[in-house]
Write a protein that binds this ligand. Structure first.
Ligand code: SF4
Length: 99
C-alpha cells in the first residue's frame, strides 16, 4: 500500500465537488493518477486501484509522492472545487474551504 501524504504527519484525502467542475481537465493533467475526466465531462477522483469514484463526495487518499501535484491542482482549479483534507478530523488543508 502506498504511503499517504500528510501535513504534520496526518494522512490526507481529496474529493471533488462536481457541481462546480468546469471540465477543463487541469487536475487530470497535473495528477492523472488521482484525477480523471469521465464521459460526462466532469472530473472524478480515482481509487488506488485506478477505479473512478463517482459517488457524491467520494474521497481518495493522497499518495505522498503526488502531494505537490494534487495541491497545485487544487490551487489552479478554475471551479475551486478540489478539496484536500486531513483524514483524521476532516479539516480542509488545501482548497476553497481551507483556512
Ligand atoms: S481542475 Fe477543477 S474544474 Fe477543472 S476539471 Fe479538475 S476539478 Fe474540474
Amino acid at each position: 500500500m502506498e504511503q499517504a501524504a500528510g501535513v504534520e504527519g496526518g494522512a490526507l484525502e481529496v474529493w471533488i465537488d462536481q457541481d462546480l467542475c468546469t471540465g477543463d481537465g487541469i487536475c487530470a493533467q497535473y495528477a492523472p493518477e488521482v484525477f480523471e475526466l469521465d464521459i460526462d465531462g466532469l472530473a472524478y477522483v480515482k481509487s488506488g486501484e485506478d477505479e473512478l469514484l463517482q459517488a457524491k463526495g467520494a474521497t481518495t487518499p493522497v499518495p505522498l509522492p503526488l502531494l505537490t501535484d494534487v495541491v497545485d491542482s487544487a490551487k489552479e482549479c478554475p471551479g475551486d472545487c478540489i478539496h484536500v483534507r486531513r483524514v483524521s478530523d476532516k479539516v480542509e488543508v488545501y482548497g476553497p474551504d481551507a483556512e
